[in-house]
Every structure is written in C-alpha cells, then in structure tokens.
Design a protein around this ligand. Structure first.
Ligand code: ATP
Ligand code: MG
Length: 654
C-alpha cells in the first residue's frame, strides 16, 4: 500500500536558503549526532541561551520506566520565564516591536507593541493578578479572544509564578467550567465579547454561565474588547480597565524552579476526554525557543506569524513563548482566514511584511477550495519560510501552498508534534533537508524516534518500514504529568510500549530514513487483512478536482472485517450525484489500489472539527457504525450542528 499515492518529487533548499540558514545539512548531521550521543553536554550547552537566576548543575534526569516515570531537566536551576521573554530584551531591543496585533476587522488599526510597552503591560497585569490574590503556584484560567491582553496575562502569570490554563474562546460554558474546576483556578480572565469572522461571541456571558458551576471564591477579571453590554456580579467581577488605570507598572519577576509548572493545557480532544497537559518552566521554554529559531530559520528583524489561537499549544509555543524568548516580532491575529474574504491571510502577510508564515493544513485546504485569485492579488515577496502543523498535509495541499503562496521559493516545514511534546519533534530544517510533500522528514535535535511493530512492540531498525511511532528518550519540552493525575500520564503514554513514549500516531519511515505520519494509530483500518492509514485514502480523495475535504474511517463490514467509509465535502458549487460517487470510487482505486476503494461515500457539507481545525474521527466512526448514542465528549467541537446534519444524512442514506 505504501507510497503509491505519494508525490515522489523532492525539493532541496535553494543555494541561497542553504547558504544563509542557521543550519545546513552538514551542521544538522553533526549537531543531531552530538545531541543523541551526549544529551547532557548538548542541552547543558544550549540551555545557556536562557537567562538563569541560579544556573543549573544537573541537566537531565529522566526515566520512562512504567510505574516510576519521571522527567526532570535542569532541575536545580532557577529562572523566570517572563524575564526571559521580556525583561532581558529591554536593553538591546526595547523599542523593537514585540507583538503586532491584527484585529478581526481589517478597518480597525493594527497595534505595534514594543518590548518596552509589553514590559509595562505585563507588569500591570501581574500587579492586578496579585491584587486579586493570585500567588506562586495558583492557577489562572484565560478565556480570551486573540488580543494582546491574552499574551500579557500569560506572561504576567509566568512573572508571578502562577500557572495558566487557556481555554479556547470558542468553547462552551460547560467546557470552561470543567477546566476551571479541574485546575481549581482562583481567577478567570475573560473579555466582554470576542470578535471573530465578523461575529461576536459573548464571552462574558459564557463565563457567567460557567461560573454558576464553580466555587463562589473564583474571581472574574473582565477585559473590555468591544464595549458591548454585559451583566455584572459585584464582588466577583473586576473591570480590567479600572484596575489597569491604577496598577503600578513595576513588578518583580519571581524566581521559580526549572521544573515548576508554567502552564496546564487541555489537549484538543480529537480522540477522547481532554487531558490537562502540564509543561515545565525551564525545559519547555528552551525547547520552544530553539525549535522556533532553527525550524523557522528565524533571524533578527524577521516578522513571524503563526496563525494558531493561543488556546492551542501552537499558540503557546510559537506565538508567545518561543518567539518572545528569541526577541522576535510575532503577529497575533484575532480573525479567521476567510473574513472578510479568502484573501485575508495574504493581505495580512503583505501588510506586515511577514517573513515566516505558519498555519494548519485545514486552513490551506479551505483556501485552496476558494481558488487562486485571492492569493494572487497580494504581494507575498516578504515570505521566506512556510510551515504547517496539526494534521498530515496531503501532497495536493502542499503543492498548492508551495506554488501559490511560496511561489516555489519558500521551504515548507511540515512540523509534527503534539500538545504533549511542547515543541516540534519531527520536521525538516529549511536549509538542511530536501523536502518531500507530506513528510515530516527528520527528528529535531535530541529527539530519538523509533518505529515499533504494533503487535510485538519490537523496534524495527530497517527502512523502509511502517508501524507505531514512539520516542526513545526524553527531550526538554516534554510534558511532565497530567494535571493532578500522574497515573493517567503513565498509563496513557508509557504502558502500551514499555520503556518508550507512545505518541498514539502511526508512521512510515522511507528508504532515506524520512518519516511520514500516517495518522493516529486508532485511525488505522484493517480491510480484508490489509492494514492502511486512513490519511492515505483521504489524500487520494482530496487530490480529485471536485473534492475539497475528506475524512475516512473504518466501519464493521461482514466480509472484509472493516470497510472504508468516506465523508466527502465537495468544492463550492459541485453537485453531489450518484455518478460522482462512482467516479470517486474509481479514482481512489486507480490512485492507491483496489483494496482502498471506498465502500460507502457520504456527502458531508461540513466535518466535525475541534477548534484547532482537526477532524474528530472518533465521532465519524460512531456515525459510520450507526452508534449515535455514544458520541462521547463533544464539548470541544467547533460547530456541533455539523454532527446532527451528518447523523440525519446517515439515517436518510444520503
Ligand atoms: P487529543 O490528544 O486530545 O486527542 P489532539 O491529539 O488532536 O487531541 P494535539 O496535541 O493538538 O491534540 O495534536 C497532536 C496530533 O496532531 C498528533 O498526535 C498528530 O496526530 C497530529 N499532527 C500534528 N502535527 C502533524 C503533522 N505535521 N503531520 C501529521 N500529523 C500531525
Ligand atoms: Mg493527541
């Protein structure tokens, strides 16, 4: 099955990119070898790029042994994460822009926040939080739009040693309440409304509804974003602008241990009950900073734009912590790619002369479906590096991105990582590797991927091969535990394959040793004894000119064991017909082979997605199995109505 539907072309870096990049092929090979043969020396040296209050003397102390899993990096060092992201830049780049805020409404002016201004705002926020009783180790929940105050609040928590837990502004009151209670938070920071795509989510009233299910002592700090009307509970609600007017703009950055938690973040919930992923202060920050610098080849003066939301780990590591630790200029975008129209991303790139642009395959596919005229009108000459994250990118979308956005000149880094990993684990480096569309390529420094046989759990050393992706040893950005439930941490990640970190993803390693993520292990289907990743069938479907998006799951099939069930979203204006169904079947058959031919195709006007844009296949599996009663946790769905539609169509056999 493997490889037949893949594009076999490779894209080496241009001579110019290779010559100017931080890391070329030779440097990568040397540094990677050093990082694996002597991690203590490698990380001990690189750890010095952070400012430590008390320098560490120990580097790595980690074990993956089930029953006693423990992960510690730089354990006797102390630092302050906020001081590393803000204060230490004041002398050299106080007047440089730290954050460019681009509002949802393009008519509203963008804001350029310098490092000096960032320092003032973060200090004020830190003092406000302290005034509300927040102390080192306390939890603060952020339920905010993508506005600068979200970054101020994250950094303010870090400044006073509090632990933040960000909840997507699109989540429901129930999801918010669960997270406030789960973390036993003292304060919730929210805003009146969240503008997004021209609409306004009433955040404060959602928070009001959530707080009915929380302890009375929880306080609510409210930022004014639109000035729209809200209700007010005296003694519980605090007006940010009022407190801001009086807040002192000096605040001490407290000393925390490298292993003290920086934040808790619940995973997006594609596969089941969300888990509170806990990240450390020292190791996490170092890993976010280093991956940001090398993977995006970030250079002094570059403008970096990651389109994620700060409610997702990508926003933590690559909008806030990584870029700011490196003294970068980072763009914070409040809106969506299609508002006011499908040219918004490209207009923002032109407007702010963005050098690195990092987004998700789902956004690329959505924009691809709208045609090229939207991207053609913008001047994208400032772009140097493109990136993707979140899902396997199908070669069709990769090529569209490369041709239309990168104009064939910008390396695309396909970064594979997880909330749990803190930063990129598998990715090409732009000046070092010949890219292959759809491949996450190589391990980052210090990362030892292994492919295991799913049945025996044995390591497979030869290539090409395919199996379960695990990681052999710890890296500094690794999560430390599940909040309040270390047992769940061990059980989820270290019990299936003893001695390894189990990623939950399947992968293929090709003859060159490059890695291809095939999707979640749960998404592997077994058709008449042939195992295949659903991503491959999806790629084939999306490669058809009339298909905008596709999701494939297995369902019980009398003869084959599992059958192939495809949910297909057609391009704008394409008529769903019986003939097209046949055409798609034949198409997949010729693209991959008869074994992969879809058994059932359901037209799907929309697919159920998490707020970070990932397809929730577990829900689609249930629908395909006609098991509508057991959909599980749907609180993290972006648009719950999509599911009702699919169920109705399933019942009507459309
Ligand atoms: P949950 O763990 O709660 O089910 P989730 O796995 O969607 O949610 P994230 O940590 O945001 O939460 O996503 C990580 C997963 O996303 C990876 O395990 C992988 O399946 C997928 N992924 C991320 N980046 C890539 C990529 N570049 N290529 C392929 N898959 C990717
Ligand atoms: Mg996951």
């Amino acid at each position: 099955m493997t490889g037949q539907s893949q594009d076999t072309a490779t894209y080496p870096p241009s001579a110019e990119i290779a010559a100017n990049a931080h890391i070329d092929a030779e440097t990568y090979n040397r540094m990677y070898a050093e990082s694996i043969s002597d991690p203590d020396a490698f990380w001990g040296e690189h750890g010095k790029q952070l400012d430590w209050i008390k320098p560490y003397t120990k580097v790595k102390d980690t074990t993956f042994d089930f029953g006693k899993v423990s992960i510690k990096w730089f354990e006797d060092g102390t630092l302050n994460v906020c001081a590393n992201c803000v204060d230490r830049h004041l002398e050299t780049r106080g007047d440089q822009t730290a954050i460019i805020f681009e509002p949802d409404n393009p008519e509203e002016p963008a804001q350029h926040i310098t490092y000096k201004a960032l320092h003032t705002e973060v200090c004020k926020m830190a003092n406000i939080l302290e005034g509300l009783g927040v102390r080192k180790g306390d939890r603060v929940v952020l339920y905010l739009p993508m506005i600068p105050e979200a970054a101020y609040a994250m950094l303010a928590c870090a400044r006073i040693g509090a632990i933040h837990s960000i909840v997507f502004a699109g989540f429901s009151p129930d999801a918010l309440a669960a997270r406030v209670n789960g973390a036993d938070a003292k304060v919730v920071i929210t805003a009146d409304y969240a503008p997004r795509g021209g609409r306004q989510t009433p955040l404060k009233s959602n928070a009001d509804a959530a707080l009915l299910h929380c302890k009375d002592s929880v306080k609510c700090l409210v930022v004014k974003r639109t000035g729209g009307q809200t209700t007010w509970v005296d003694g519980r609600d605090y007006d940010y602008s009022e407190l801001h007017a009086e807040a002192d703009d000096h605040s001490r950055a407290v000393e925390v241990n490298a292993e003290d938690p920086l934040f808790v973040l619940y995973t997006s919930g594609s596969t089941g009950q969300p888990k509170g992923v806990v990240h450390s202060s020292g190791g996490y920050l170092l890993y976010a900073a280093m991956t940001h610098k090398y993977v995006f080849d970030y250079k002094e003066g570059d403008v970096f734009w990651c389109t994620a939301d700060v409610g997702w780990v990508t926003g933590h590591s690559y909008i806030v912590y990584g870029p700011l630790a490196n003294g970068a200029t980072t763009v914070m975008f409040e809106g969506v790619p299609t508002y006011p129209d499908a040219s918004r991303f490209w207009e923002v790139c032109e407007k702010h002369k963005v050098n690195q642009f990092y987004t998700a395959p789902t956004a690329i596919r959505a924009l691809m479906g709208k045609g090229t005229e939207f991207v053609e009108k913008a001047d994208l000459s400032s772009l140097r590096i493109l990136g993707t994250v979140g899902e396997p990118i199908n070669p069709e979308a990769w090529n569209w991105y490369n041709d239309n956005v990168g104009k064939g000149k910008c390396p695309i880094v396909d970064t594979w990582w997880q909330t749990e990993t803190g930063g990129h684990l598998l990715t090409p480096l732009p000046g070092a590797h010949a890219l292959k569309p759809g491949s996450a390529m190589k391990p980052f420094f210090g990362v030892e991927p292994v492919v295991l046989d799913p049945q025996s759990g044995e390591e497979i050393h030869e290539s090409p091969t395919e199996g379960v992706l695990c990681i052999k040893a710890s890296w500094p950005g690794q999560m430390r535990t599940v909040y309040g439930d270390h047992e769940r941490f061990e059980k989820t990640y270290f019990s299936d394959y003893k001695g390894y970190y189990f990623t939950g993803d399947g992968c293929r390693r090709d003859a060159d040793g490059d890695y291809w993520i095939t999707g979640r292990v749960d998404d592997v289907i077994n058709v008449s004894g042939h195992r295949m990743g659903t991503a491959e069938v999806e790629s084939a479907l999306v490669a058809h000119a009339k298909v905008a998006e596709a999701a494939v799951v297995g369902y019980p099939h009398d003869i084959k064991g599992q059958g192939i069930y495809c949910y297909v979203t057609l391009m704008n204006g394409v008529e769903p017909t019986e003939e097209l169904r046949k055409e798609l079947r034949t198409w997949v058959r010729t693209e991959i082979g008869p074994i992969a031919a879809p058994d059932l195709i359901q037209w799907a006007p929309g697919l159920p997605k998490t707020r970070s844009g990932k397809i929730m296949r577990r829900i689609l599996r249930k629908i395909a199995e006609d098991d509508f009663g057991a959909l599980g946790d749907t609180s993290t769905l972006a648009e719950p109505a999509v599911v009702d539609d699919l169920i109705e169509n399933r019942m009507n056999k459309k």
